[in-house]
Ligand binder design. Structure first.
Ligand code: NAP
Ligand code: GLV
Length: 306
């Protein structure tokens, strides 16, 4: 079996070594234009030329959870697009979101500012009951985050496309459930895939429906958020702050107002990194199953967009 490796901005050697060790019978090569047909491909942000030159692929393995970039390409009808399912990401996402949430809730920024001035000063304890957390997206990552947030005793709401039941989480679904979900939440965590239905979903109207003193944690995609609407709500005092890991343009341009805004914390798309070992184990396991004509999970519904 022949496997192409076509991942932009990724050093190929350790991936080739790892994939070869996991699939010793496979011939794995870094794709170059003009190469003969491959059976499977391991990709991140491949060029359209790769897709056009490899119309006979049996499956395309994305080494990330989000496939929005891949689905912008012209793909042959029927090609199986396979996303990463957790592979060590969900615990990272839970760490990141809990850190941002607790840093805000416990006012650690204010304590750090006091400490820098040599001040021993207390802030009034706040009640978790006043900080209900709403998680948009109850998929592989959203469910793990919901569980971690609930462990800290915060009330948790969740919103998904289809109705979902989750222990300890008040769930809402569909466009008809969105307004109630937002009205019940003060801290909003975005873990939706980027699709035509979810682009710009974090806007003046939706963010403005959060409880007073709302806080946004966006860890999904930059194009979910209307940047100017967030800035307006922060500057009007309607939102208390935001932690942003993802941006419309990445790297975030040097002159973007998010960098210097006193109520915004910026991180460089690092909330849940692709972990090479876990990813290779998952992808190799699925390729082996497909080679044995067995079914696999994680196949994207291209029409739905995730
Ligand atoms: P997933 O398993 O596919 O879950 C997606 C969830 O979103 C599902 O619960 C789905 O609802 C819900 N959803 C989709 N469209 C919706 C809509 N129109 N209205 C309401 N709910 C909708 O995805 P995942 O693995 O959890 O990953 C989520 C996203 O996180 C990825 O797509 C990616 O963009 C982002 N991500 C970011 C990083 C980072 O480092 N910043 C790392 C990894 C992933 P149903 O349950 O009803 O299907
Ligand atoms: C990262 O953003 C991913 O989608 O895996």
């Amino acid at each position: 079996m022949k496997i192409a490796f076509c991942c932009t901005d990724t050093r190929p050697e350790p991936w080739l070594q790892g994939l070869s060790a996991a699939l010793p019978q496979a011939d794995i090569q870094v794709w170059q234009p003009g190469m003969a047909p491959f059976d499977y491909a391991v990709v991140w942000a491949p060029p359209q030329q790769f897709i056009d030159e490899q119309p006979g692929l049996r499956a395309l393995f994305n080494i990330g959870a989000g496939v929005d970039g891949l689905l912008k390409l012209r793909l042959p009808p029927g090609l199986a697009v396979v996303r990463l399912e957790d592979a060590g990401m969900s615990v990272q996402m839970a760490e990141y979101v809990c850190h941002a949430l607790i840093r805000h809730f416990r006012e650690f920024d204010a304590y750090e500012a006091s400490a820098r001035q040599g001040q021993w000063s207390f802030r009034k304890p706040r009640s978790r009951a006043d900080f209900p957390v709403g998680i948009m997206g109850l998929g592989v990552l959203g469910r793990r985050v919901a569980q971690a947030v609930a462990q800290f005793g915060f009330p948790v709401n969740g919103w998904s496309r289809a109705p979902r039941a989750l222990d300890g989480v008040q769930t809402y679904s569909g466009p008809q459930g969105l307004q109630d979900f937002l009205a019940a939440s003060r801290v909003l965590v975005n873990l939706l895939p980027l699709t035509p239905d979810t682009e710009n979903i974090l806007n003046h109207d939706t963010l403005g429906r959060l409880q007073p003193g709302g806080y946004l944690i966006n860890v999904a995609r930059g194009a979910h958020l209307v940047d100017a609407d967030l800035l307006a709500l922060l500057d009007a005092g309607q939102l208390a702050g935001a932690t942003l890991d993802v941006f419309r343009t990445e790297p975030l341009p040097a002159q973007h107002p998010f960098w210097q805004h006193p109520k915004i914390t910026v991180t460089p798309h690092t909330s849940a990194r692709t972990l090479r070992g876990e990813t290779i184990a998952q992808v190799a396991g699925k390729i082996a199953r497909l080679a044995r004509q067995e079914p696999i999970t994680g196949v994207v519904d291209v029409a739905r967009g995730y």
